[in-house]
Design a binder for this molecule. Structure first.
Ligand code: CA
Length: 334
């Protein structure tokens, strides 16, 4: 008599403010199935033992380096507590190795705290890390600092001895947090640009030394810009993605030039589970494209201030536009 085959069951449901997982169940019988359903590992979030937020990623020497803020808010604490950044590396986008804490806001003598969003880039063998921190009372408000290291995992140190952007350098809004979320790119001609902003998106050239602005600060008018700009290039197109509205969706615009004009293309990623913020990094690695973001979806205490970095695939259409990201629990598979 033919055996009844019980195939594995994987049920994963994402709900607005919670993530419920049912671990897959396997049986010996499933080994004999003619066409067993493929069991996928639950790989999101990619870091499970710490809360991680505001991801940035950088590919160097065939390795991906993932940089994130450490969400350290206790379970009953409903605001950001972020006293350090974290760095991980991977060569398959699934297995991540944590390295020693590479940088803290207190490594900047002029900063009070708040390890908010940041991004790393390499130039001439040195790694520059642009970070958001709270400035001391000499320039009240959020500010952008730049740290430097000889290795992508640090240790990093303050490269300038002062902020590269302070709140008083931009006055388009009256808020104290409109100079946050730096993103950086080196264009094909070698000119580097720093993008950043909350409420108003801004950019400026960077000098060859990567630690000073070179010329005026410009603004970019894209629809419903909230924060978290990420600048990247793929083929002939430049992409400016950003968090929009609140709670945040990721939207994007495209241009043939890093300085615009920018053509709005719509939503790239919907609301992330159980988190009113969303924050993206976009990379290509070993011929595939990835969308790296955070959600509040770790049980039982995840949330807006206890976020977790996730990774899903990113796909481009033939005309260069990006397909909307499908957030999954399975994430990237080996
Ligand atoms: Ca300002």
């Amino acid at each position: 008599m033919k055996k009844i085959v019980v195939s594995g069951l994987l049920a994963v449901a994402l709900v607005a403010c919670n993530q419920q997982k049912e671990e897959s169940k396997t049986s010996e019988a499933s080994q004999e199935a003619v066409a067993p359903a493929k069991e996928l590992a639950v790989n999101n979030p990619v870091i499970k033992d710490k809360f991680t937020a505001d991801p940035a990623a950088y590919v160097f020497n065939d390795t991906v380096y993932l940089y994130a803020g450490h969400d350290q808010a206790p379970n009953d604490f409903n605001f950001y507590k972020m006293d350090e950044w974290l760095v991980y590396s991977s060569t398959n986008m699934v297995d991540w190795t944590e390295h020693p804490v590479p940088l803290k806001p207190t490594d900047f003598a002029w900063a009070k705290g708040d390890a908010w969003a940041a991004q790393v880039i390499e130039r001439n063998g040195k790694f520059y890390w642009y970070v958001t921190v709270e400035h001391d009372d000499t320039h009240p408000g959020k500010a952008i600092g730049v740290a430097v290291a000889d290795s992508p995992v640090g240790p990093f140190k303050d490269a300038l001895g002062k902020a590269i952007v302070t709140n008083d350098m931009t006055t388009q809004t009256g808020i104290s947090w409109d100079d946050i979320d730096p993103s950086v790119i080196i264009d094909d001609d070698g000119q580097a640009y720093l993008f950043w902003g909350n409420t108003v998106c801004k950019y400026a050239k960077l000098k060859e030394n990567m630690i000073e602005l070179d010329g005026p600060i410009h603004t970019i008018d894209v629809p419903q810009f909230t924060e978290a700009p990420w600048i990247h290039k793929k083929g002939d197109w430049y992409y400016l993605s950003y968090a929009s509205e609140f709670p945040e969706k990721i939207k994007y615009a495209m241009s043939k030039s890093v300085t615009g004009p920018w053509e709005y293309k719509g939503i790239l990623n919907e609301l992330a589970g159980n988190s009113n913020t969303n924050h993206q990094a976009i990379i290509e690695y070993k011929g595939k494209d990835y969308f790296i973001y955070h959600t509040g979806a770790i049980n039982p205490n995840g949330g807006c201030f206890r976020r977790s970095v996730c990774i899903d695939k990113l796909e481009y259409n033939e005309d260069g536009t990006m397909k909307r990201v499908i957030m999954t629990s399975e994430g990237i598979q080996k």
